[in-house]
Design a protein around this ligand. Structure first.
Ligand code: FA5
Length: 341
C-alpha cells in the first residue's frame, strides 16, 4: 500500500470514529462503537495497523508516527464519550424521579424568634400592667438635667464623672450643653413628672449605657425597668409589696427577696433588692421613696404627695428566670443559644 493511501485511510477512520462517539447516547452504543473502532481483534484500528505491513520499508516510520497519533486521538474520543455518559447518568431525570420519595418528612424550616431580652420586656410589661402601671418612653440620648440635675445629682457628684459615663463628644457644641447616653432609666421619671400631674403610676423599659467592664453579671449596655408611683400617702410598705409581688410573679413563688439599706441621691430612704440564686444573693435593682428635692424639681408639692421609684436590671431577671449564668451569652448572637428561648 502506498503511504499517501494509508494516511488517507487513517484520516477517514478518525473522522468516522469522532462522529460516531460524539453521537453516542447509551452505554450499549458506546460499547459497540468501542468494539468497532478500538476492538483488539476486529476493530478498524487493528485492521489499519495490519495494513502497515504492506508499506515500503522507507515509508514506515512516517506511517507509524501518524498511526500512533490517530490511535491516541481515538482513545481520547472514546474516554470523552464515556465521561459524558457517566455525568449525564448521575443527574438524569429518570434517576432523580426514582430517588425522590414523596412520603419522607420535609426539612424543618428554622423560624426566627424574639430575643430573650425582648421576650422578658414583654412579660415584665404584662405583669406590671396587671398591677396598674402603664408604659412611658424616654430618649436614650439625654441631657445632664434629666440624667443628673433633676435627680438630685449635683455638678460635683462623682456619678457625673466623664469616666463613669458615655458623653457624646459631638454634643459639646450644642446649646443644650453636654449630652450623654443615659446611664439609668430614672431619667424617664423626671420626664413623666414634668408633663403629668399626680397621681402617676408608670414603668419605663429600655437600654442604658455605662462604661462597666463586661463580666458574668455586667455589660456596658443593658436594660432597666424603671417604676414610679406617686400619690397621697404612699409608703415604703407599698414599695416592698409591689416589688415582692412583681418578683414572685416573674420568678415564681419560691424565690426569696431581701432588701438592704442603700443610698441613691434621688430617693430617701433607699434600698437595694436582691433575689436568691444558687445558695447566694444577686442584686436585681435599686429603689426608694422619691426624695422631696426631686418632687420639688418637677413642680410637685412634697407636703401633699409622696411616692416610690425603683430601677431593676432586666438582664439579671431574665438570667435568673432561665438559668443563664453569664450575661455575655445574651449578646454573643450565637443562634444555637438564642434558639433555646
Ligand atoms: C440604678 O441605676 C438606679 N437608677 C435604680 C433606682 C431607681 C434606685 C429608682 C432608686 C429609685 P443601680 O446602679 O444599682 O441603680 O442599677 C440597678 C440595677 O441595674 C442593678 O441592680 C443591676 O441589676 C443592673 N445593673 C447595673 N449595672 C449593670 C451592668 N453593667 N450590667 C447589667 N446590669 C446592670
Amino acid at each position: 500500500m502506498a503511504l499517501a493511501e494509508f494516511l488517507k485511510s487513517l484520516d477517514a477512520l478518525l473522522t468516522a470514529a469522532s462522529e460516531t462517539f460524539a453521537a453516542i447516547d447509551s452505554d450499549e452504543a458506546l460499547e459497540s462503537a468501542r468494539v468497532a473502532f478500538l476492538g483488539a481483534k476486529q476493530g478498524q484500528l487493528k485492521a489499519t495497523q495490519k495494513a502497515m505491513g504492506s508499506i515500503a520499508p522507507e515509508d514506515r516510520p512516517a506511517a507509524g508516527k501518524r498511526f500512533n497519533e490517530v490511535k491516541q486521538q481515538l482513545e481520547a474520543t472514546f474516554q470523552e464519550a464515556k465521561a459524558r455518559l457517566a455525568s449525564a447518568g448521575a443527574r438524569g431525570p429518570d434517576e432523580l424521579t426514582e430517588r425522590f420519595d414523596p412520603t419522607l418528612p420535609g426539612l424543618p424550616l428554622r423560624i426566627g424568634r424574639l430575643h430573650p431580652i425582648t421576650q422578658t420586656i414583654e412579660e415584665l410589661k404584662d405583669i406590671m400592667g396587671r398591677l396598674g402601671f402603664s408604659v412611658a418612653l424616654g430618649p436614650e440620648i439625654e441631657d445632664e438635667w434629666h440624667n443628673f440635675e433633676a435627680l438630685n445629682i449635683p455638678a460635683e457628684h462623682p456619678a457625673r464623672d466623664p469616666l463613669e459615663n458615655f458623653y457624646l463628644a459631638a454634643a459639646k457644641t450644642t446649646s443644650d450643653g453636654p449630652l450623654l447616653l443615659r446611664s439609668q432609666t430614672s431619667t424617664v421619671q423626671i420626664r413623666v413628672m414634668e408633663r403629668t400631674p399626680p397621681p402617676v403610676r408608670v414603668i419605663s423599659l429600655g437600654r442604658v449605657y455605662r462604661p462597666d467592664t463586661a463580666d458574668r453579671t455586667h455589660y456596658p449596655m443593658f436594660h432597666q425597668m424603671e417604676g414610679l408611683l406617686i400619690d397621697t400617702q404612699v409608703t415604703m410598705a407599698d414599695l416592698k409589696s409591689v416589688l415582692r409581688l412583681f418578683a414572685t410573679s416573674y420568678l415564681g413563688s419560691d424565690v426569696h427577696i431581701r432588701f438592704r439599706p442603700s443610698f441613691f441621691p434621688f430617693t430617701e430612704p433607699s434600698v437595694e433588692a436582691d433575689f436568691s440564686w444558687n445558695a447566694g444573693w444577686v442584686e436585681f435593682g435599686g429603689a426608694g421613696m422619691v426624695d422631696p428635692n426631686v418632687l420639688r424639681s418637677v413642680g410637685y408639692d412634697p407636703e401633699r404627695v409622696t411616692g416610690f421609684a425603683f430601677g431593676l436590671g432586666v438582664e439579671r431577671l431574665c438570667m435568673r428566670r432561665h438559668g443563664i449564668t453569664d450575661i455575655r451569652d445574651l449578646y454573643r448572637n450565637d443562634v444555637r443559644f438564642l434558639h433555646q428561648f
